[in-house]
Write a protein that binds this ligand. Structure first.
Ligand code: GLN
Length: 238
């Protein structure tokens, strides 16, 4: 079995160690004897979504998002077809905002991909915090760090989790991220997947299921990762 991971624009969207997410995906597949190939795409490259099984869109500053936004218009249709065909996507922070219709900033509107029905508006202050969220779909809480000026509104979509500590999508809704088909959008970085192996395996399972119709993952020894996860939960959630 072989899974191809496409890393979109690592030169521009690589805040807060998003590369760690790629390493984690790769390692957890290799440890199970699954071939994992990573393809990095620069802004000038053509992307064949038909060849990809997992797409990672990382975080970027507002300036970098503005640069990427022009390019996104040209890949929007292919990316949309990939998502609607249950393609797996993990979009973090700036990448999460770009999944939506737009991100309104003081310097103007950054058009998004409109892959998921959501939008983002800049606000003050920046929302900076450790964060813990919970979703009954997953066996453990999801932990991470957030740092964003944007407030995201996901309408009727499902969030990735309910906020137990921190801010999440915005100050008022106590919800974090979005789950749409096989797409996860989230403000959590730090990076997300090494801190939350259960989310990493969720992505791998969905990619295998889509490609091979089967998704049996042999268990790995996650004792240390889960200890670290528990430590954060116990530190912040009373
Ligand atoms: N530029 C976006 C914001 O500040 C996202 C930042 C990020 O990727 N951390 O809201």
């Amino acid at each position: 079995m072989k899974i191809r991971i496409g890393h979109l624009y690592p030169d521009l969207l690589n805040l807060y160690g998003d590369r760690g997410n790629i390493q984690c995906l790769k390692k957890r597949m290799q440890w199970r004897g699954i071939d994992a190939e990573v393809q990095e795409f620069q802004i000038t490259d053509t992307i064949s979504f038909l060849d990809l099984d997992i797409v990672l869109l990382g975080g970027g500053s507002d300036r970098e998002q503005m640069l990427v936004c022009e390019k996104l218009k040209t890949i929007r249709q292919d990316f949309k077809e990939y998502v609607e065909d249950n393609g797996v996507v993990i979009a973090v922070c700036g990448g999460y905002q770009l999944l939506g219709h737009y991100y309104d900033t003081d310097d103007g509107r950054i058009e998004g991909l409109s892959l998921v029905d959501l939008y983002t508006e800049q606000g003050t202050p920046r929302l900076i915090s450790n964060i813990v969220i919970q979703n009954d779909l997953f066996p453990y809480p999801i932990v991470g760090f957030e740092n964003h000026g944007g407030r995201t509104f996901i309408g009727d979509n499902k969030p990735l989790g309910k906020v137990l500590f921190g801010y999440g999508n915005n100050e008022t809704e106590k919800a974090e991220g979005v789950l749409y088909k096989n797409v996860i959008g989230t403000y959590l970085h730090g990076p997300l997947l090494p801190k939350n192996p259960h989310i990493c395996d969720y992505l791998i399972k969905n990619a295998l299921e889509r490609k091979y119709g089967t998704s049996d993952l042999s268990p790995l020894d996650d004792e240390q990762e889960l200890q670290a996860n528990r430590y954060i939960v116990e530190r912040f959630v009373k």
